[in-house]
Design a protein around this ligand. Sequence first.
Ligand code: BG6
Ligand code: MG
Length: 211
Amino acid sequence: MSFPKGLIFDLDGVIVTTEHNHYVAWKRTADQLGVPFSEKENEQLKGLSRIDSLKKILELGNLPEMDETTFNKLLTEKNNFYKDSIQNLSRKDCLPGVIELLDSAKEKNIPMAIGSSSKNAPFIIDKLELKHFFEIIVDGTMVEQPKPHPEVFLNAAKFMNLKPEDCIVFEDAESGVKAAKSGGFLAIAVGNENIASLADKYISSLTEFNL
Ligand code: BG6
Ligand code: MG
């Protein structure tokens, strides 16, 4: 029996450098709210949905819940700032080893999918001109329960007609590795040593992964 039968990739921080753009945008929001926020705090936001990320910032600052209008305004402002920062995204922003791995899996007829919390995932994949590699892009608009719930990856596997245990999930975030493991997938942590112990395997970049 061959393994893996399918590959599922998180997007931000696994395929492309945009995790840093998210950090810069959230840092701006946190600064506005007077919440101390560095790359260390940002680790807890990685992989979370937009709404859950802002809730996490409020929690980090011990701030009370805010009214819906203000909350939504902050989400829109963050997303506008973030989107402005990724307008010029292109293939050169793919992380090391990405194109080589996608090419090699395609050549071996191993189906691939994106499983991302981001509602901007289709926009980013278009910018990177990678759409033809994937059977499906499951993004933040397509799930009811965001990571760390496994729904995003389960949907991707289901679409490819594969069982979770036949697929590898590549993730850079704690919430994403937890989602993969609780869904029954083999989880490979990429480029984030902090989550190495939660995953089945750790690689510093996709250049280290060989099909
Ligand atoms: C995830 C990122 O992929 O998408 C998070 O790891 C981000 O940092 C989340 O907050 C939601 O993204 P978006 O683009 O829908 O705001
Ligand atoms: Mg990620």
